[in-house]
Design a protein around this ligand. Structure first.
Ligand code: SF4
Length: 384
């Protein structure tokens, strides 16, 4: 089991050389997709390999000269990799404009570095049925752009085939996640997020067969779970959470049994419907994802009661339904959507009597030692 996890982690850590290797072996083209919610299935159906672009969590030197230094770590880390030439092998890049920072960053990118394929997909921020026609139109625009770039028609049959393949990936990821819920501690959270992230950079056909073997070996493990406080970790809407923090939380005596990471539940919780017109089905999928801080829920901003938080309700329900004792919020510095939701989220957790702690994370978040002291105090409180 650990051998497979280590191999997946290695594939993730060598993600940029993986692209070069794949291109050399297949002669195919690769499209880099910024997190989150990019319709990768459309890219796959056009005969291309979609890979998610994860910025590095390491020091930022060059990107700070091009972008505001209060841009979030996900944006600056990705731009740093671009400036270091790590994306030179890509044939194109694409993004859903999930927040103002991505929109701004992508426009700078379009001026700085041209690619053969460069596509920005707009997304309605209000999630209700009134947004559906706009969303559908954006999906059709993406489909046409990919067809023009490749010369390949994205037929309903091809798109359905890609959707089925990606649904299988999501279903396998959910199965792995279920094991960590039912056998707490068997899978380290830092291993799991990287195993999930590996699936976003590898061809799904290969990844799915590796994941099936991992699930079999994990189920066969004779590991016995102990009695540790169970926590859910939320935050980092679209970047990779820091391995050191996840490890610290678990080394100090808690066990992470739930998350709300892009490299976690946010990626695999919902499948795309497989019936009817696949473009229409994809629009419905995007409208029915689990609540997210990057979406606006219009009902939360109307009337006197401003304590509504669709996202907060989702987190609180998840905690209660899974017998979780507390929530650790990883507040990535300079992430506007998370900051805007933060007050309502905290209020919701307080209303529902859910113990929580907030840790600032990101490139300038400070030392791990400070986090250690805070986590220790929080876990002692949970154990009382
Ligand atoms: S959602 Fe937050 S972390 Fe993601 S790109 Fe926007 S500001 Fe950065």
């Amino acid at each position: 089991m650990q051998l497979i996890l280590d191999k997946l982690k290695l594939r993730y850590s060598r993600r940029n050389t993986e692209i070069v290797k794949w291109k050399d072996n297949t002669g195919g083209k690769v499209i880099g997709c910024l997190p989150m919610y990019f319709p990768e299935e459309f890219v796959h159906a056009a005969g291309l390999l979609p890979v998610t672009l994860f910025g590095d969590n390491g020091p930022i030197a060059h990107a700070n000269r091009h972008l505001m230094t209060n841009a979030c770590g996900a944006v600056r880390g990705t731009f740093e990799d671009l400036l270091l030439g790590k994306y030179d092998a890509l044939d194109g890049v694409a993004a859903v404009l999930i927040c103002d920072q991505v929109r701004f960053f992508f426009q700078v990118w379009s001026l700085d570095h041209e690619f053969g394929f460069f596509h920005q997909m707009w997304r309605p921020f209000n999630i209700d049925q009134s947004s559906r026609p706009f969303l559908l139109n954006e999906l059709k625009r993406l489909k046409s752009a990919l067809e023009e770039f490749t010369g390949n028609a994205i037929t309903p049959g091809k798109l359905c085939g890609s959707i089925r393949l990606f649904n299988e990936t999501r279903s396998l990821m959910r199965a792995l996640n279920d094991i960590r819920k039912t056998r707490p501690g068997l899978l380290k959270a830092s291993d799991l997020v990287k195993a999930i992230a590996a699936g976003m950079i590898m061809p799904k056909e290969e990844y799915n067969s590796i994941l099936k073997e991992l699930i079999t070996q994990t189920r066969d493990s004779d590991y016995e779970s102990g009695e540790k406080p169970k926590v859910m970790v939320c935050g980092h809407p679209c970047g990779m959470p820091e391995e050191e923090i996840l490890d610290l939380i678990e080394e100090m005596g808690a066990v992470i049994v739930g998350d709300d990471f892009f490299t976690g539940s946010r990626y695999f919780s919902v499948d795309v419907p497989c019936s009817g017109d696949p473009v229409e089905a994809y629009a419905d999928f995007l409208l029915n994802l689990i609540p997210c801080t990057t979406y606006h829920y219009p009902q939360n901003w109307i009337g006197q009661d401003r304590s509504l938080s669709t996202y907060g309700d989702y987190v609180a329900d998840y905690v209660r339904e899974n017998g979780i004792q507390g929530v650790i919020l990883l507040r990535e510095m300079y992430c506007d959507p998370f900051d805007l939701e933060f007050v309502m989220l905290k209020r919701k957790l307080e209303e529902r009597n859910i113990a929580h702690i907030t840790l600032n994370t990101g490139h300038e978040a400070g030392s791990l030692e400070t986090q250690r002291t805070r986590i220790q105090g929080y876990l002692e409180m949970l154990s009382c």
